[in-house]
Design a binder for this molecule. Structure first.
Ligand SMILES: [Ca+2]
Length: 576
């Protein structure tokens, strides 16, 4: 069977089918199903086993597998049992899984691997039905006990069957085990946001003595926040290898609130209504504080402060303004936008199939302490002609909601950028960070990158990528490499003092002399996230990230605003 990823539509959390595998036996007392390629930690594996037995009791599942639903047609000569199992993948999975039976029997089974299901509390209900002498392999309706569930259907019949696709379901596999007696098993799925599923049936080409249909409802993951980004504070500072920070804005302060008016003077008592008004009005050195609320604006920064007097637009202390783009891109910084700081917002839901929630064409910018989520395409995009952008302490997650092409957390082009202290996770259609052409002298340091559908970071491109430094980061549980290179290798670039772990293709991709790993990376020990399933990516005592970072490239504080270093500086976005 193929294992091309496909994502189900319409759940508010993305669930992705990562792989399919199946197996059959006619003369053995066991059935072994291989693990699909690309399965990583916390993926949920769902298996359906159809076997010509009168009872499920004597069937022994492989280690770590749990039964969810079992149905048996016990009649002599038509014995058929079908059992649904699941397993949450760990960092080390065997190459296959063996179910053992009490006697030699015909058996047919399948395995689907999903990312984005909640392995901690997976089951949200199930149903099953046995029918005899029927063409209809039919599963009764189930009403899931949760919103956002994936329904997986299992359709099994004695003998050889050609099963039609059940109405409204995507058929994922069908397997037949047949000698004198036999069994056919098929699996299909579809997402449900709310309500009952209705009966789902797979019609066969022939009449079967026994047929079993089952549905299980599986909860999708709700990603818990790893804590709000830090409050507005002083510039980040840090090691001698980092570029200078954008200075503070010490001039007059203005205010924006959803209760305001753009004809107001912009004071705390009479604030402006739109963030764009502030972006257009502020003079060098001035700042605006934006009150909580949702701003349906597509912001454009087209003006510039100065090196000595940058402009700041940030959240009012303790409040989290949300910019949703109003059906367009939430934020673009034009080529004329410079010496500007944007801090403390939520930018979300860019609907475009190209570009990011934030598109950057300008220079000398600080984009800090923002949450950047749920774009159709990239999280943050920087253009080839941008330069000196500092992306600091942002929480960038679940971008790439479209299915058009690769979508990354950060798509980094242009020169002399600094990407530091960001928490980047769950970009299932792309890389956590792509450092692409043209790009010279950018530094990627002290980020934590997990759950990418490709590698944690990729460096290189035919337009020229050189002198990149990838240092002090944590890249874990991404689907391909931890650190990889483009088919056009970068030049004069280094990746060292990173923690890379649990990336199934390898921790660092070999074969690119222009991406030098010779100063070492820690690649053999689990980073010990506090709670990976809930994406709490702080690390526990004993983590290889602790005190491992190169001080020269370590920022002066961490994602939470905690001063670095504690003892020696840590790799990743958090200092312990
Ligand atoms: Ca430390």
């Amino acid at each position: 069977m193929g294992s091309e990823p496909r994502r189900t539509a319409s759940l508010s959390t993305a669930v992705e089918l990562r792989g399919v595998s199946s197996a059959r036996t006619v003369g053995k007392a066991s059935l072994t199903i291989r693990r699909p390629a690309g399965v990583i930690r916390d993926d949920v594996l769902v298996a359906g086993i159809g076997v010509r037995l009168t009872s499920a009791r004597a069937i022994k599942p492989p280690a770590g597998w749990h039964a969810m639903r079992s149905d048996t047609s016990g009649r002599r000569g038509a014995a058929l049992t079908h059992i649904v199992y699941y397993k949450v993948a760990t960092t080390r999975e065997p190459s296959g899984y063996r179910w053992r039976f009490p006697a030699r029997r015909a058996a047919a089974g399948g395995l689907l691997a999903y990312r984005g299901l909640d392995g901690n509390r997976l089951s949200a209900g199930n149903s099953g039905r046995v029918r005899r002498y029927t063409r209809l392999v039919s599963a009764p309706s189930v009403r899931p006990r949760a919103r956002d569930t994936l329904i997986v259907g299992f359709f099994s019949a004695s003998g050889r069957a050609r099963l039609a696709s059940p109405r409204g379901m995507a058929k994922r596999l069908q397997v037949v085990a047949m000698r004198r007696s036999g069994v056919t098993s098929a699996m299909a799925d579809f997402p449900v946001v709310t309500g009952a599923t209705g009966t789902r049936s797979a019609k066969s080409s022939t009449v079967h003595r026994s047929a079993i249909g089952q549905l299980v409802a599986l909860r999708a993951t709700t990603v818990a926040p790893p804590g709000p980004p830090p409050p507005p504070g002083p510039p980040i500072g840090g090691g001698s290898g980092l570029p200078p920070a954008l200075g503070p804005s010490t001039g007059q302060t203005f205010y924006v609130a959803t209760t305001g008016s753009d004809s107001n003077p912009g004071t705390l008592g009479a604030p402006w209504r739109t963030v764009q008004k502030a972006l257009n009005a502020l003079q060098p050195g001035q700042r605006a504080l934006v009150r909580a609320g949702t701003y349906a604006e597509s912001l454009d920064v087209a003006r510039a402060g100065t090196a000595a007097a940058p402009i700041t637009v940030e959240n009012y202390p303790g409040e989290r303004p949300i910019v949703n783009g109003g059906g367009q891109r939430p934020l673009e910084i034009s080529s004329s936008g410079a010496y500007f700081r944007i801090r403390g917002f939520v930018f979300q839901n860019s609907p475009y199939n190209s570009g990011g929630n934030i598109d950057i064409y300008g220079h000398h910018l600080e984009i800090s302490a923002n949450e950047v989520r749920n774009a159709q395409d990239q999280g943050i995009y920087t253009d080839e002609d941008s330069h000196d952008a500092q992306l600091l302490g942002n929480w960038i997650h679940n971008n790439g909601q479209g299915v058009i092409h690769q979508s990354h957390g950060i798509y980094l082009q242009g020169n002399d950028h600094l990407v530091a202290n960001n928490v980047i996770h769950d970009h299932v259609k792309g890389f956590g960070i792509q450092v692409y052409d043209r790009n010279s002298r950018s530094i990627i340091t002290a980020n934590t990158v997990t759950g990418a559908g490709h590698s944690g970071i990729v460096v290189g491109g035919s337009g020229g990528v050189d002198n990149i430094r990838v240092v002090n980061n944590v890249f874990a549980f991404n689907a391909h490499y931890g650190i990889s290179h483009d088919s056009t290798c970068p030049t004069a670039s280094r990746a060292d003092h990173n923690v890379a772990f649990g990336n199934p293709w390898g921790q660092t991709q070999p074969g690119c002399p222009g991406l030098d790993y010779s100063r070492g990376n820690r690649t053999t020990t689990d980073p010990l996230f506090v709670n990976y399933a809930a994406r709490n990516l702080h690390v526990d005592a004993g983590s290889p990230a602790l005190d491992y970072a190169l001080p020269e490239f370590s920022p002066g504080s961490d994602f939470d605003g905690r001063p670095r270093p504690q003892s020696a500086p840590d790799a990743g976005a958090y200092e312990r």
